[in-house]
Design a protein. Structure first.
Length: 271
């Protein structure tokens, strides 16, 4: 084989390898209603027969009557939007949708999940069934129970009306709810909190610690429910322990050296 042909052969090996590394990942998309479920989220009904899924362990979404559902340790939310460009997900508390006067039953418990609240969010502080009645604060009329009242504040503002901490001591329950800041006016909490809660709130997802090395190398995480271990799926279809970079680089070098060696075998020798 002539030197020009050998060069073209070696170049083709490199191009084929590079093309393999830019092909679509094996993490196939799924749908629930009109919502596209893509990595790092996954459809719980689409796990493989060996209990594997492509995505973050806590990002599995259920699908009920065309509505995607995300479950946290103590509560469930409808997923109304996922913005993969902004790494954001919009959630609505299932418990409040059918209530004319929605009562928050729990805080948003993201705990150790790779999630964080968005700058678009506003936190409301609810105090329910209180025997203490702070002056100059309007109660939530639809939640009145006998002589007891319930109150809502923008989180942190209650201190202006409760210097002695009586709200925490004389109210049966304190719940912090997250809404979208644009959905309510600060002077209209009483009449506006219900509709705002039904519009939901936004969370941003962060890179999961166990998947950081894999994703930085261009791969996606695959998790096995049985072994409780994650592996890395590369764009060329390989499944490796942690990173796609090293294996791909070594493979490219081996292929290149092999092609050069084959060319040298074809070279004529003169004595």
């Amino acid at each position: 084989m002539s030197k020009p042909l050998c060069f073209l052969f070696a170049l083709s090996i490199i191009l084929v390898t590079c093309h393999a590394n830019t092909t679509t990942t094996t993490c196939a998309p799924s749908y629930c209603g009109n919502l596209s479920i893509l990595y790092p989220f996954w459809n719980k009904s689409n796990t493989s027969t060996n209990g594997e899924f492509c995505g973050y362990p806590d990002f599995g979404l259920g699908c009920h009557e065309g509505h995607a559902i995300m479950s946290f340790p103590s509560d469930q939310y409808y997923v109304t939007d996922i913005n993969y460009g902004l790494n954001s997900i919009t959630l609505v508390d299932i418990d409040v949708l059918d209530q004319q006067c929605p009562r928050a039953r729990h805080n948003v418990s993201i705990q150790n999940l790779p999630l964080s609240f968005s700058s678009l969010d506003l936190h409301l502080s609810f105090y329910f069934n209180c025997s203490f009645h702070p002056s100059s604060v309007q109660p939530i009329e639809c939640m009145t129970s006998g002589r007891n009242q319930s109150y809502v504040f923008v989180l942190g503002d209650e201190g202006d009306h409760d210097h002695g901490g009586e709200l925490l001591r004389q109210c049966e329950e304190h719940v912090v709810v997250t809404i979208l800041n644009d959905e309510i006016e600060s002077g209209d909490l009483i009449s506006g909190f219900g509709d705002a809660m039904k519009k939901g709130f936004v969370l941003n997802w962060n890179r999961a610690a166990d998947c950081a090395v894999c994703e930085e190398s261009g791969g996606n995480c695959r998790f096995n429910i049985t072994t409780m271990q994650s592996r890395c799926i590369c764009r060329d279809g390989r499944t490796v322990a942690r990173t796609c970079k090293k294996g791909t680089l070594v493979l490219s070098i081996i292929k290149l050296k092999l092609s050069i060696f084959m060319c040298n075998l074809q070279r004529p020798y003169f004595f």
